[in-house]
Design a protein around this ligand. Sequence first.
Ligand code: WTA
Length: 637
Amino acid sequence: MSYPYQITTYEAYQQAYKQSVEQPEQFWAAIAENFQWRKKWDEVLNWNFKEPKIEWFKGGKLNITENCLDRHLPTLGDEPAIIWEPNDPSEHHRILTYNQLHEKVCAFAQVLKNNGVKKGDRVCIYMGMIPELAIAILSCARIGAIHSVIFGGFSAQSISDRIIDAHAEYVITCDGAFRGGKDIPLKSVIDDALVSCEFVKRVIVFSRTRIAVSMIKGRDVWWEDEMKKIDAVGITDIKAAEMDAEDPLFILYTSGSTGKPKGVVHSSAGYMLFTNYSFVNVFQYKPGQLFFCTADIGWITGHSYIVYGPLSAGATSLMFEGVPTWPDAGRFWSIIDKFKVNILYTAPTAIRSLMGFGLQPLKGKDLSSLQILGTVGEPINEEAWHWYDENIGKKKCPIVDTWWQTETGGILISNLAGVTPAKPAHATLPLPGVQPVLVDENGKILEGNNVSGNLCIKFPWPSILRTTYGDHDRCRQNYFATYENMYFTGDGALRDENGFYRITGRVDDVLNVSGHRIGTAEVENAINMHDGVVESAVVGYPHDVKGQGIYAYVIYNSMHENEELTRKDIAMTVARIIGPIAKPDKIQFVSGLPKTRSGKIMRRILRKIAEGETQNLGDTSTLLDPGVVDEIKNAKL
Ligand code: WTA
């Protein structure tokens, strides 16, 4: 596999960038030539951000799995596509070559067909980090079904909300999942979720932990039994469905500042092109290297940089079932040593958490295979950046700080490893094809350097979201209505004296807790479901390991005998409604919330108090009851 579009010098980057802005259609059409099409496109790009309507390579026909699998078989068939490391280090790892992965995907695609799944159907996938998760995803793509993967940390309620929203009649899950010292009963959570989803026709269950599960007659089948039926007839290849470039590939739910999570929809061709292009350029991937992205496939990072980006590039992707701190805090380093990982892509929260264990877990671990390091998901603080650089990269590995979002499909702002300059805590420069702008609150574009504002993108790139499932106007309102003719990211950023971007964090009511996106409104709604809660307000506060912690101010309607127990009850309610990842770190009981005379909660004040600020709380004179601020301040946790 060669990558003629791989940028290897700073000058080449500048040239590519210039061309991508001046002649975007020619630029992307030339890259698209490197993929396998059943039929070439009629038109490269058709767009307006008003509706929004964005079409890349319209009329082109392809199947993403032919690009991720079939086309590699003649040259890379016996090379590893996925190397899988289990949760328990004493269990044997697995290697799936491109040939084997292709065969399994074809077989499982046939299983899906046999179970009634058709092109365009939505399939909910709720599994642990095992190769079968990648197989399930690719099998959906093979037959043109739209996958909707749900992270294992979400509750039954969250799952059923998503299944109902997408009207997914098919579910793929596991009996359970191993994560660190825990066995998570996935099938049992699915069973709870499906109580309110009677329209679900089939649940396919892969056996991983083999805990007891209920299998409902006529609805639930075992993955292994279904695969045996395929083996019996000996299917090794099924023809991939022919998809239009703009046919949806998947839905991934993500939190915004209001309401319930929305289903971000990605297309086939544009998403494939950009995840591949960004993978090859940001990480400077060279054939034969081993790429280890530590994200969970339940999030966009896993979709784009464990599955589609690496596999479309014929790379070897390492997939890890467990957690960085189990059985001890040296687990990542053992894995790197064991498989001789070349590129490590992880989250700042993981780095900060491992930093806390000191250097002992690194003892005896050979990390000399590492060549490139990356981070994603949240701003990285300088201390963590330097620790990563000195102790993991041994000051020899370029670090890429990659900024992007579920909605962007792939990395938009990042240095290219070793090719363009790095600067600690800065994502630096946009990838070719990406045109960022900073605007003030009125939408005025801020020109020049040394400015900060709200980050927008003024031109479409191939993997921009196309819609939010079932509600196109929500997509428009959320991303394209704040500023005219621009995609609004929800992030604040500054552009330094060299034109490098530093992402400063969300400017809306979205929290980033351990790299997980959670809306404050979602958490408030969940807290308010708890009996006895009158009202609540949720804000983020700086947290040493998680980046942001969740701070909840709660008005409770009766005196509680045991405050601590009530806090636990509330946290349990949140875990039930959303999932354990959204549990508040701190719950402060208050008698009132600072509100304006029109009844709006002044979150700015609550945020400052949660951050530990006591003096400069800003103007409180417009508050209905300014006294409440002192009460809250004095009782701060
Ligand atoms: C944040 C994850 C600073 C940002 C890929 C964004 C970052 C949100 C970075 C998207 C980075 C992601 N530096 N902040 N390198 N990368 N973010 O949708 O606030 O889970 O809007 O996608 O994470 O989170 P999401």
